[in-house]
Ligand binder design. Structure first.
Ligand code: NDP
Length: 332
């Protein structure tokens, strides 16, 4: 038996409970069994746990789109017992039992090796949120390189800066020598954002209301985890030839924008998906993370909780009440 969160959909509604599950019930479609050390709580896990959006597509479901742990059994040629592995996305926690549990059985093709620089805890302090922040930063880096835009030659905006994606993006961009402007609805956390590397902190409201199709040129790049008017305004205030990496919808799924920034200023909008990202992109993101973001920086925005606490934390993350990253110790 192993402990897990389990989402069910009884006639009375939608539930997420801490329960014990027989190992024989682990998904037969997996070919690698992992003893999980740590999982984490992302925005999407909050949606799954609360049922706020239809993230979970089959029931019963063990939520958790991320985990780090040790292979205990493998029929996959790439993995053997004892290997340290990390999983991000691939539909785990949505259509396939996930990481908010002590055990998981998944496809070996979905796993990446735990980078040598990281412990399982560190990898989950990064989690999907941090790995997505890295995918955003890498998309911007490729753009800047192709367009001859050097670090420090302009400001880079990070929206939802106190969230998981935002915190990691601020730290990564600052480490690369960029001038980072952090947008947040929590101005009381300004000092924390500056400690992560932000040069300036601006109020969320400056971007979240409907704005003009073209605004004063400011950003050479943007990492946006918020969507809606914020994303529209970020595009409208991007510099000529700038780039915006869009990965989230914390404000909304809509994009009430005009084509003006794209056709008059040559602004590029990159869509970032972490869930189905190809293996080469995943490995490249993890290797750059390991090279750039040390354990010490991770600790500055990470808090640890136990498995049972993840249920309430699911509501808190959707309410924008979680600062940085939550790591879940599935064994307590
Ligand atoms: P968090 O909840 O940790 O961060 C989201 C942040 O957005 C909050 O901390 C808050 O930052 C800001 N925010 C919240 N509500 C609003 C609002 N109404 N208007 C404006 N800003 C708001 O979530 P994550 O960092 O884990 O994820 C961020 C987004 O990215 C989510 O939408 C998630 O679904 C998406 N995502 C997408 C991925 C992909 O593959 N495309 C992968 C990972 C995440 P502050 O308090 O600083 O304002």
């Amino acid at each position: 038996m192993f402990k897990a969160l389990l989402i069910t959909k009884p006639e009375s509604g939608y539930r997420c409970d801490l329960t014990e599950i027989d190992e024989a019930q682990l998904p037969a479609s997996g070919d690698v069994t992992v003893a999980i050390s740590y999982s984490t709580l992302n925005y999407k896990d909050g949606l799954a746990i609360t049922g706020r959006s239809p993230v979970v597509r089959s029931f019963p479901m063990v939520p958790g789109i991320d985990f780090a742990g040790t292979v205990v059994e493998s029929q996959h040629p790439r993995w053997k017992a004892g290997d340290q592995v990390v999983l991000n996305g691939c539909g785990v926690g949505e259509t396939h039992w996930g990481g908010l549990a002590q055990k998981a059985r998944v496809k070996g093709d979905w796993l990446v090796p735990l980078p040598a620089a990281y412990s399982a805890f560190d990898a989950m302090a990064i989690g999907t949120a941090g790995y997505t922040a890295m995918l955003c930063v890498q998309a911007l880096q490729r753009h800047w390189e192709a367009h001859g835009m050097a670090a420090g030659s302009g400001e880079v905006l990070v929206t939802g800066a106190n969230g998981g994606v935002g915190s990691v993006a601020v730290a990564l961009l600052a480490a690369l020598g960029h001038t980072v402007v952090a947008s947040t609805g929590r101005p009381e956390e300004a000092e924390h954002l500056k400690a992560l590397g932000a040069s300036d902190v601006i109020a969320r409201q400056t971007l979240s209301e409907p704005g003009k199709p073209l605004q004063k040129e400011r950003w050479m790049g943007v990492v946006d985890s918020v969507g809606s008017h914020t994303l529209a305004n970020a595009c409208a205030s991007s510099r000529y030839g700038g780039a915006v990496a869009a990965c989230g919808l914390a404000q909304g799924m809509d994009l009430p924008a005009s084509v003006a920034p794209f056709i008059l200023r040559g602004v590029t909008l990159y869509g970032i998906d972490s869930v189905m990202a190809p293996m080469a992109r995943r490995e490249s993101a993890w290797s750059q993370l390991a090279a750039q973001l040390g354990s010490h920086t991770l600790q500055a925005f990470t808090r640890e909780i136990g498995l049972a606490e993840a249920i309430d934390a699911g509501g808190a993350i959707l309410a924008g009440q979680v600062r940085g990253r939550l790591v879940v110790d599935v064994n307590r």
